[in-house]
Each structure stands twice: as C-alpha cells, then as structure tokens.
Write a protein that binds this ligand. Structure first.
Ligand code: HEM
Length: 161
C-alpha cells in the first residue's frame, strides 16, 4: 500500500514537472509567433498543460503528505521535534510557490486573456498583447516555480540530508 502511494506521488510529481516544461515551451513559442492565428493556436495548445499543472500541483502535495504520514516521516520537521531534512525543506519550499497562483498567475492570466480577446476582435497583434506576453512579473514567477519544483524533485530523489 505504501509503495503504491510513493509510486503514485512520484508519477504525479514527474507529470507536474513535465507539464511545467511543456507549458513553458508552448507559451514561449506563442510569445515569439508573428501571426495572430499562430498565437491563438499556441495559447490554446497551452491549455491542457495548464490544466495538468493545476491538478498535479495539488495532487502531488496531497499524495506527498499522505506518503509522509503513511511512512511515519515528520514532514513538519522541527515543528514535530525532528531535524531540518530534505523532506521538511521540500515541504517549505513547495509552500512558497502556492501564493503565486492567487497573486500572480490568476490576475495576470486574466489580463492576457483580455488582451488576446481584444487582439482577435481587432484582428491585429496589439501592443497590449505583446506586453502581456512579456510581463516580467509572470516571467519571474514562472522561473521561480520551475526552479522550486526542479529542486524539490532533486531533493526527493537524492535525499541529501
Ligand atoms: C514538486 C513537488 C514534488 C515532486 C516533484 C516530488 C517527487 C517525488 C519523487 C520523484 C519521489 C520518489 C523519490 C525516490 O524515492 O526515489 C518522491 C518521494 C516522496 N515524496 Fe515527494 N515530491 C514533491 C513534493 C512532496 C511534498 C510536498 C511532500 C510532503 C510533504 C513529499 C513527500 C514525499 C515522501 C514522503 C516521499 C517518499 C520518500 C521515500 O520513500 O523514501 N513530496 N517525491
């Protein structure tokens, strides 16, 4: 039973990382596309990656906590009288990306959707659309998110301390 939990959690974790990279590639292509038809097709292609990111980010956390509890591992580290180890560090690091969703991804995503709708209605690539794609806040949040998930993945597999 515990092995099934660990395997499910690890598979969902790999899916999460894969979907983040996939979304990164497709949205990067959309940003560099020179026609509205291509931008539209590529932003639509990003939707399944986005959905996978949303579902797997939640599921990996739930399965991770379930696995830790099933194995009797103190994932709350010092709060459970245990030392700071790879699991507690991963848990804390992971929690730091959660606020990005309500504070960056949801509001900025709405701006991008609105800019795309307006560009389609006017049948022209507008400066607002270009600005929304190049939003430095979203870019920084995506870099941070991918870095954290990659580090957590490495900590999970390597368990270095
Ligand atoms: C980005 C998020 C995460 C990813 C990609 C991820 C990935 C993985 C992977 C690939 C493994 C298998 C490692 C191995 O034994 O070779 C694993 C194991 C594990 N993960 Fe995660 N994980 C994530 C987040 C979490 C969180 C937030 C927790 C708990 C709070 C957690 C708890 C665990 C536990 C307890 C194991 C079992 C370790 C063992 O059996 O030795 N994970 N994880």
């Amino acid at each position: 039973m515990i092995q099934v939990l660990v395997a499910s959690h690890a598979i969902v974790g790999a899916l999460f990382l894969g979907a983040l990279v996939g979304r990164w590639i497709v949205l990067g292509l959309a940003e560099r596309a020179t026609s509205l038809i291509a931008i539209r097709a590529l932003t639509q292609a990003a939707v399944p990656f986005e959905r996978t990111v949303i579902v797997s980010s939640l599921l990996v956390l739930v399965l991770g906590i379930m696995t830790a509890i099933a194995q009797g591992r103190p994932f709350l580290g010092p709060l459970q009288g245990a030392p700071v180890d790879w699991l507690f560090t991963s848990f804390v690091l992971y929690l730091t990306i959660v606020p990005l969703v309500p504070f960056v991804f949801v509001p900025r995503g709405r701006l991008l959707d609105a800019a795309l709708e307006e560009a389609i209605a006017r049948d022209v690539i507008t400066p607002e659309l270009i600005a929304a794609f190049r939003d430095p806040m979203v870019r920084a949040a995506h870099v941070y998110e991918l870095a954290v998930v990659t580090i957590v993945f490495a900590l999970m597999v390597g368990k270095p301390f």
